[in-house]
Ligand binder design. Structure first.
Ligand code: HEC
Ligand code: HEC
Ligand code: HEC
Ligand code: HEC
Ligand code: HEC
Ligand code: HEC
Length: 453
């Protein structure tokens, strides 16, 4: 029986070790952790498979090894502080800086060596095949691959969470069992305790019970960290579709009834912000359309449901359909905002919509006289006409903006650009020939200050 005393301590140490390893396995997870770090720190400027602001980083370790004979040591230095590396006169550091038009990469002094190894592991062996980004912005609806990728991602995080909970439960059970044994021994061996005070159970317990409590605390923190992490991974961004105060269906209005986006979001073309229409706009039609008689029904919805939603317009505007007059009692409708750029980003709708419309007028219109401005909206917002509930069709990150600026040709025939960029255009034509495509990046669409205040 006496052996238990030794084993208790050993047990605690074992638990500690187990926890430490499970925690570190979880925290690093190599490529998996690298992916997280990469997404948090690098995707603003890098992708694995294509050039954004900086070069594509897929397979960068091998590439630098074979092309430049540089090892991961160089990469560590570069990622931590590329500026110092350049200042030290490093040849390749200067070369790549020149090649990317002296755009400064952010230094990452906070990343540990393990972090960087994880990131490099991710660039070498990405765990989930990268979802193909929509190549053509005009069909930028989320691809099946995108959805699949985000699904596996949240599945993975669930598996991790479940296994963590399982480990936690197991440890707790062990702890409880040990405690029971300790108590049992305490009562059994009182006599022996007096003989051998130095290693008395009571003392051991007094000395080490806080270790048990510590273990519990660590478990709690780990569980909280896991839950927080899995929440972060579920991707509250792309696909975000909150519940709205009135069940307004774009599919019914735009898809079924062919109403133009412009009729309701008229400011998209003329202003920085494309507003949500006021209730008066709804009343232009719904003064007379007081019930739903359409053929289309979303599965799970019926006429009574739609009629009820239309009644909400009357409640909001204070319209009495029986008397056909306003009562004066209004209730504001608070639409939940879906797309929302951070304050430090400058985005102007009219700039994009006008340019897009011009392209339609120049090219498609002769072939397709019905092409409408709606096509332009779809380049960023996806197939809104098929959505009962609007959701974000793209991830609306910096990488997304930049990717389109790199690939979309600027219309050099519109008056402003023709005038303003004449010199640039002539220069590029001279350099690369008449067929040169001038994309948005050539007119400054990658300059930080254009999109950031
Ligand atoms: C603000 C934009 C920006 C961010 C954020 C950024 N980089 Fe860079 N990175 C660049 C640019 C631009 C270059 C090209 C060299 C230059 O202009 O300095 C570059 C070059 C590199 C190179 C050299 C690649 C080659 O092919 O030679 C590596 C490696 C690299 N970055 C890794 C990272 C990692 C890892 C992260 C995230 C921890 C990161 N970068 C974050 C902009 C960025
Ligand atoms: C009959 C009026 C009407 C028409 C036509 C209409 N919308 Fe909307 N739109 C709304 C209303 C009301 C909302 C707010 C409720 C919601 O999010 O569904 C909205 C919301 C949106 C949002 C989300 C705004 C946010 O909160 O970020 C986008 C994007 C959008 N519309 C795009 C379009 C596009 C693109 C078209 C044309 C294909 C279009 N809308 C046609 C009324 C309309
Ligand atoms: C240009 C005319 C027009 C405008 C403007 C309009 N609607 Fe409609 N709305 C319709 C038509 C047409 C239907 C389908 C009626 C039918 O098929 O019987 C409809 C149906 C509805 C329905 C039931 C189907 C659904 O989408 O859930 C609701 C709710 C509704 N509208 C809300 C609104 C709101 C809110 C606004 C203002 C933001 C608005 N409508 C603006 C024409 C319009
Ligand atoms: C180049 C991409 C792009 C195009 C084209 C575009 N949008 Fe947007 N839209 C955005 C972005 C980005 C936001 C978020 C803006 C913000 O939060 O400041 C947004 C937000 C919105 C909103 C929410 C209100 C707001 O302005 O924040 C509505 C409604 C909307 N767009 C409708 C439209 C309609 C209608 C069209 C076509 C006429 C259109 N958009 C074309 C990118 C685009
Ligand atoms: C569908 C492709 C597309 C997407 C996505 C896109 N842009 Fe653009 N952007 C353009 C085009 C095309 C122009 C050039 C317009 C012109 O000809 O004046 C432009 C021009 C701009 C300009 C003016 C640049 C200059 O040199 O004057 C800014 C600023 C800008 N975009 C910001 C953004 C931001 C911020 C986002 C992401 C939220 C974004 N864009 C997403 C296509 C896009
Ligand atoms: C075409 C528009 C555009 C250009 C050019 C641009 N950014 Fe951004 N940037 C954005 C948008 C949009 C976001 C917000 C992304 C989000 O909320 O996910 C952003 C976010 C950021 C962030 C916050 C971190 C993040 O990823 O959310 C930093 C830092 C940043 N940009 C730095 C830069 C630097 C440095 C440059 C110049 C090399 C630059 N940006 C050029 C559009 C742009």
């Amino acid at each position: 029986m006496i052996s238990w005393r030794k084993h208790y301590k050993k047990g605690l140490i074992a638990i500690g070790l187990l926890l430490a390893t499970s925690a570190s396995v979880y925290a690093q997870g190599d490529a998996k952790n690298g992916e997280k770090l990469f997404k948090a720190n690098c995707t603003a400027c890098h992708a694995l498979d294509k050039q954004l602001i900086g070069p594509a980083l897929g397979g960068v370790v091998d590439r630098l090894k074979t092309e430049q004979n540089l090892d991961t040591d160089w990469l560590h230095k570069w990622i931590k502080d590329n500026k110092s590396l350049r200042e030290s006169g490093d040849k390749y550091a200067l070369e790549v800086y020149e090649k990317f038009n002296k755009v400064e990469m952010t230094p990452f002094p906070n990343l540990s060596d393990t972090d960087i190894d994880d990131i490099l592991e991710y660039t070498t062996n990405p765990p989930v095949p990268e979802a193909a980004a929509p190549a053509d912005a005009a069909t930028a609806a989320p691809s099946a691959a995108d959805l699949e990728a985000s699904k596996t991602e949240s599945q993975n995080s669930k598996i991790i969470l479940i296994s963590m909970v399982a480990i936690g439960a197991l440890l707790l059970w062990l702890l409880v069992k040990l405690n029971q044994l300790v108590k049992l021994q305490q009562s059994d061996e009182l006599a022996e305790q007096q003989v051998n005070r130095a290693v008395s159970w009571g003392e051991l317990y007094r000395k080490y019970h806080y270790v048990g409590k510590g273990v519990l605390a660590v478990l709690g923190i780990l569980a909280a960290y896991g839950i927080w992490n899995s929440l972060m991974w579920i991707g509250v961004y792309k696909g975000y579709k909150p519940e709205q105060p009135i069940y307004f269906s774009h599919k019914i209005h735009v898809g079924e009834n062919k109403i133009d986006c412009q009729l309701c979001h008229s400011s998209a073309k003329y202003g920085k912000v494309s507003e949500i229409p006021s209730m008066n706009v709804c009343m232009n039609c719904h003064r007379t359309i007081s019930e739903y008689n359409g053929k289309y029904m979303e599965p799970g919805k019926d006429k009574a449901f739609y009629d009820g939603e239309i009644q909400k317009i009357y409640a909001a505007t204070g319209w009495d359909p029986a008397k056909q007059q306003y009562t004066g009692k209004t209730q504001p409708v608070e639409w939940v905002r879906i797309h929302n750029m951070p304050d430090f980003v400058y985005f102007d709708h009219s700039q994009h919509v006008v340019a897009g419309e011009q392209v339609i007028i120049n090219s498609h219109n002769k072939k397709n006289p019905n092409a409408k401005i709606d096509v332009v909206c779809k380049a960023c917002h996806g197939q809104v006409d098929t959505m009962n509930v609007v959701r974000m069709a793209n991830d609306f990150t910096m990488g997304w903006c930049v990717e389109c600026h790199r690939t979309t040709e600027v219309d050099m025939n519109n008056g402003y650009n023709k005038e303003y960029f004449k010199n640039l255009h002539d220069k590029l034509k001279k350099q690369y020939g008449n067929e040169t495509k001038i994309t948005v990046d050539a007119i400054g669409g990658l300059e930080c200050g254009k999109c950031h205040y």
